[in-house]
Design a binder for this molecule. Sequence first.
Ligand SMILES: [Zn+2]
Length: 163
Amino acid sequence: MMAGSHMVVGAALWAVTARAGGLEPAEPAALSIALAGSLLPDIDHPQSWAGRKMRVVSVPLSMLVGHRGVTHSLLAVVAALAVLAGLGDAGPWAPLAVGYLSHLLADALTPSGVPLLWPHRRRFSLNLCRTGSVVEIGLVAAIAAAGGWAAGLDLSHLPRPKF
Ligand SMILES: [Zn+2]
């Protein structure tokens, strides 16, 4: 998925999680951490946002395991869930973990999927949209709307398309 899509899905999932946990869904600090978390798994790609920020990690990682390797696996999911379970909803770790998980969910919507059982090569995919396609944009918009609605955000002030 495109970086922008990952950020939208990450923000939506964080808003819903925060609301469910009794937190303010649109609190800016937590939201920005969720956005960073939603881009973090692509640190295995030197040209991605996270990869460009931390080349010391992304270059060797991409050479060793390639893109969508261990950072997109169940190992990473379990680590993120352990962070969520261990540290509760306080601090920066919860939005980071939720953002991270949202990335794997979003990548699982594309045909290339995610290697949940890494180092096994099998990839898991719902095959709903190709990266960069119109379907991706529509799907992400639907996720954003559903997330905003579920989080109880007031979306009435957003600009509406004029026909
Ligand atoms: Zn990815």
